[in-house]
Design a protein around this ligand. Sequence first.
Ligand code: SAH
Length: 249
Amino acid sequence: MRLKKALGQHLLVAKDVLSKMAQLIDPKENEVLLEIGPGTGNLTREVLKYPFREIHLVELDPQMVSFLMENLRDKRVRIHQEDATRFDFCSLGSDLKVFGNLPYNVASLIVERTVLQHRCVREAVYMFQKEVGEKLQKGPSWLSTFVRTFYHVEYLMSLPARFFRPPPKVQSALLRFKRKEILPQMDLEDYKAFLTKLYSSRRKALKSKFPEELLVSLNIDPMLRVEALKLEEILLLYNTWQKSRGEKR
Ligand code: SAH
């Protein structure tokens, strides 16, 4: 099959790595799984060796979809020819485990989508370009904070390019997002807008973005830059800032 670079088609071919990944995904008897970008189904086939209830495959490329339809004969498989960056995960279930060797060009959009639908996604295991994975785990970036508000992020392993066909120009990293027990209740689009504001012009002091009195009242030094803030401080700032906006209206 001719692979499409524009769709980030780098297939995982190393057998040991595929079985290790399936082991880390760790499907369980009653689980509903969702795989993003299954491609030719290399990883899917490893995962199918485990017991679970059903697996949904979301793949954009019609050529891959016909290949999967012909080659994956398992009653538990449901194939959706759709764009994962727009797909409604919650239409599949309310307690999903999502995974995928992601198309790297849209990986950030898929992470954002996952967080927006965190109510239905208990866990996600995603393969990223290594730098993207490291930054998601450690920050600083609005998306890293967005993820870490709802999920514990665990760096599972790094993978060299030689495990893929064709090999990408970059190394890869596998991460696990495990949803937190206690989830903040918030308007996610509003929180996202706050975070993108907070992380814009990252070198500027916080006082250039938020009222100085507000920062002082929260014991946050107005001269600090965003990367100095802990997640708890960011949440505190968001809650207080949001309330103060509410009062002004
Ligand atoms: N999981 C396979 C293939 C990974 S390559 C393996 O490990 O071998 C990434 C896959 O994502 C490709 O099959 C590509 O067609 C698909 N893809 C790219 N953009 C997509 C999108 N927006 N939605 C769903 N799938 C997409």
